[in-house]
Design a protein around this ligand. Structure first.
Ligand code: SF4
Length: 227
C-alpha cells in the first residue's frame, strides 16, 4: 500500500476525478448556512434548510441573525423540517458572524493566499461550531486549503493504514492537506468522495471493500480494524 501522498492521484482517479456539480447557490452566505446546517456535509438537508429560510425571507445575514427564534423554527416547520432550538440558535450565531465579517467574506481573494484559514479559525470560534464544520465551510465555500475530517474520512484513513486510531483531528487534517499539496480542488474532491464512500461502503458497522472503488489502495492484508 503506498503512503498517502503517493496514493492521492490513484484516490482522485478512483473517486471519479471531477466532483459532482454543487447545487446552485446564490451567495456564499447561503452556501455557508447550508454546510453548517448539515454539520459540514454536502447533504440535501442543509440545502432544504437554506431553501426554507429563503422562502421565509430569512436567508440573509441581518434577517436571520435578528429574527426571533420562534420565527425561524416556524419557518422550518412550515417546510416540514424539524430543527431543535439549539441548532437554530447556532445558525443565527453563524449569521451574526457572517454579518460582522461580511465585507471580508465576500471579497475575492486568490485561493490558497492565506486569509481563508483565518476565516476558518474565526468561524471555529463561534460557540457551537465544530472544527470539522468550520473546515468544511472554509474549504467548500471559501476555497481554503484545509481538510474537514468527518467520521467517514477518519474510518477510511484508519482502515487503509494511513493513520493510527490514536491520531487526533489536527494531525489527520494536516496529513490530508499536506498529501494533497494544499490544492483546494483536490481536497474538496476527496472530502466529497470520502463522505460518499462512508455512506455507501465504508460504514461504521464494517467495510464492504469488494464493490468499493478505493479497494485498489487497500493494504496487502485488507482493511485495518478500526477497533
Ligand atoms: S470499504 Fe474498504 S476499500 Fe472502501 S474505503 Fe472502506 S476500507 Fe477502503
Amino acid at each position: 500500500m503506498p503512503p498517502l501522498n503517493e496514493a492521492i492521484p490513484a484516490i482522485v482517479r478512483a473517486l471519479g476525478g471531477r466532483p459532482a456539480a454543487p447545487p446552485e447557490r446564490d451567495s456564499r452566505f447561503e452556501a455557508a448556512i447550508a454546510f453548517a446546517a448539515s454539520g459540514g456535509l454536502a447533504s440535501g438537508r442543509g440545502d432544504r434548510i437554506a431553501a426554507a429560510l429563503d422562502g421565509a425571507g430569512l436567508l440573509e445575514p441581518d434577517a436571520l441573525a435578528d429574527a426571533p427564534l420562534e420565527e425561524v423554527v416556524d419557518a422550518l416547520r412550515d417546510a416540514r423540517i424539524e430543527a431543535n432550538p439549539k441548532a437554530v440558535r447556532l445558525l443565527q450565531r453563524i449569521a451574526a458572524w457572517y454579518r460582522a465579517h461580511r465585507d471580508d467574506l465576500e471579497a475575492e481573494i486568490p485561493a490558497g493566499s492565506g486569509p481563508e484559514a483565518a476565516r476558518r479559525d474565526e468561524l471555529a470560534a463561534v460557540n457551537g461550531v465544530g472544527r470539522s464544520t468550520a473546515d468544511a465551510v472554509a474549504l467548500h465555500v471559501f476555497g481554503a486549503a484545509t481538510y474537514p475530517v468527518d467520521r467517514a474520512s477518519y474510518r477510511i484513513l484508519v482502515r487503509h493504514g494511513w493513520i493510527d486510531p490514536t491520531v487526533d483531528y489536527d494531525e489527520a487534517s494536516h496529513l490530508l492537506t499536506s498529501a494533497a499539496e494544499s490544492d483546494p480542488a483536490i481536497l474538496a474532491r476527496i472530502s466529497d468522495g470520502f463522505a460518499d464512500l462512508g455512506r455507501r461502503f465504508c460504514k461504521p458497522s464494517g467495510p464492504r471493500c469488494e464493490p468499493c472503488p478505493l479497494r485498489i489502495v487497500l493494504p496487502d492484508g485488507g482493511p485495518v480494524d478500526v477497533g
